[in-house]
Ligand binder design. Sequence first.
Ligand code: FES
Length: 168
Amino acid sequence: MDHYVAEATNDQHCSARLQQIIDRCGRDKSNLIPILQAVHASEGYLSYEAISTIARELQISPHDIYGTASFYAQFKFQKPGRHHIKVCAGTACFVGGGDVLLEAIKATLHIGPGETSADSAFSLERVACLGCCALSPVVTIDNEVYASMNPARLARAIEKAYRHEARE
Ligand code: FES
């Protein structure tokens, strides 16, 4: 299927899902948070288009919706990458070089925490202790745990994810 046709079809599906969520939750302003949670669960983030539609349907300004949503750490406003990297920023991992790993990702993929790479391949999250401090510094990529991580191993793990995609 042509790329643009596929994208337009996907947009139509997103729009239909959004309407279903709003229909289900109701258009009362008090339902804003459940609607945002349901949309986030469905799409993985809150897009500008989704916020605009919710604003229109609930008669709330997009600015107020953004203000409310940004108060909650659970909501993301950028489309997540196809692969999700978590860098542990807990004490043991930080002491072990967690910040060096964040710098390495910045240098390689040009993204910081909360951002998605330009090719949409990777998104990055800085998280609190992952509960496996003895393995520090710890990184997860798509829920696979990488122990004793360093920039060279991290670069190989990123390359592996790209190679895996190329084979699919
Ligand atoms: S501090 Fe990183 S796993 Fe605990």
